[in-house]
Design a protein around this ligand. Sequence first.
Ligand SMILES: Nc1nc2c(ncn2[C@@H]2O[C@H](COP(=O)(O)OP(=O)(O)OP(=O)(O)O)[C@@H](O)[C@H]2O)c(=O)[nH]1
Ligand SMILES: [Zn+2]
Length: 368
Amino acid sequence: MSNSSQPTFQFPTAAIEVERAVAELRYGRPVLLAEGSRKLAVVALDCVAPSLYDQFAAVTEDRHSLLLTAPRAARLGIAADSDVITPLAGLAFDDASRLAYALGAEKPAIWQPADDLAIQSTELARLALLLPAMVLADVTEIADRFAGCCEIAASRLKGADVARQRFEKVVRTRVPLKDLGDADFVVFRGGLAQKDQVAIVVGKPDMSKTVPIRIHSSCITGDLCGSLKCDCGDQLRNGLALLKQAGGGVLLYLDQEGRGTGIGAKMRAYGYQHLGLDTIDADAELGLAEEHRRYEAAVAMLRQLGISKVAVYTNNPTKIAGLELGGIEVEARSPVTGRVTAENQNYLRTKTLRAGHMLDLETLVAAE
Ligand SMILES: Nc1nc2c(ncn2[C@@H]2O[C@H](COP(=O)(O)OP(=O)(O)OP(=O)(O)O)[C@@H](O)[C@H]2O)c(=O)[nH]1
Ligand SMILES: [Zn+2]
C-alpha cells in the first residue's frame, strides 16, 4: 500500500534528465526533445539498430531526416554556414549511414538549414560519445506514438551545464611510480554524464603557490600501447618527469579520449587517416568539430586541491583558455614534447598548422 505522506525519491535536476536522455540515446532508443509544444524525436545513427531505424521510419511515416553537422556538410560539398537536414524517405539504414559518415558519399540532392532544436540534439550525441549523426522527425502531432520514450525539454540541456563543474573527491591513495617515486592518485567523480577523473600529485607541491601542472587527455593507443601515430605516450611520461624536476606538481589525467569524441570515433577517424586524410578532415568526415574537449573538470579538480595559480606544461592554447575561463591564473606555459616519428609527423603538423598548437615542428624534426 502506498502512503502519500511518505517521502519519495525525486530527481528533479536538469542534469539527471540530460543523463537519462544520453543513456537512452546510447542504447539506441528514441528520445523526444521538446521546445514549448513542439516535439522532435531523435535517434543516433551511430548506435541505433537497423530494425529500430526501420521502425522509426514506419512510425514517422517516412518523414524522418538526417542531421549533417556543418563539418560533415562541408565535406559533402554543401555550402552552408551551419548544420543542415536532409530527408531520409526511402533510404535504408546502410544508405543513411553512408550519407552520415562514409568517405566518398555523394552530396544529397535536397537539404535545408537545421533549426535550433535539431542542432541541440547533437549535444546529446556528444555527451553520449556518439557520432552527431542524428535521425530526427517532428512528431508534435503524433507524439503519442512515442509515449514509451524518454522526453526532455531542450532548455534542460543548458540548465544542466552547472553539473559539468560538479566533482567530488572519491579517494586519495599513494602509488609508487617507476623513476618518479611515490605519487598520490586523487580520484574525482562527477561532471555531466558522469566520469571518473584522476589527478596525479607528483612530489609535494605547495598548493598555495604557483603549482606546475600538466593537463593530459587520455589516449589509449598512445599512453597505454606506445602507438607511433601520436606523441601522447611520450608527453605523458615526459610531463610527469618535468613535474618531478620542477620540485613537484600535478598531472590531471582527463577522460576525454580522441579530443573528447571517444575511442569509437577516434578509431573510425584513424581508418580515414590511413586513407590519407589529416586528423581534422578525418574528424570532419565523421561530423565532428576539431575540438570537443572541455576543461571544467580540470578547473574543478584544481580548486578542490586548493590550487588557484599554475604553470602549465602544454603546447595547446585551448587548454590555457579553458583554465582561464574557469578562473585559474596561468602564470607560465612551457612546452612538453615527444619523439617525432614517421607515423606521427602529419599528426603534429596538423596540430601546428590547423589547430594553432605552439610547436616548432621543424626544430623537433631536426633534433631527431
Ligand atoms: N580525434 C582524434 N583525436 C586524437 C587523435 N590522435 C590523438 N588524439 C587524441 O588527442 C588528444 C591529445 O591530448 P593531449 O596530449 O592532452 O593534448 P594536446 O591537445 O596534444 O595538447 P598538449 O599535449 O598539452 O600540447 C587525446 O585525447 C588523444 O586521444 C586523432 O587522430 N584524432
Ligand atoms: Zn595519442
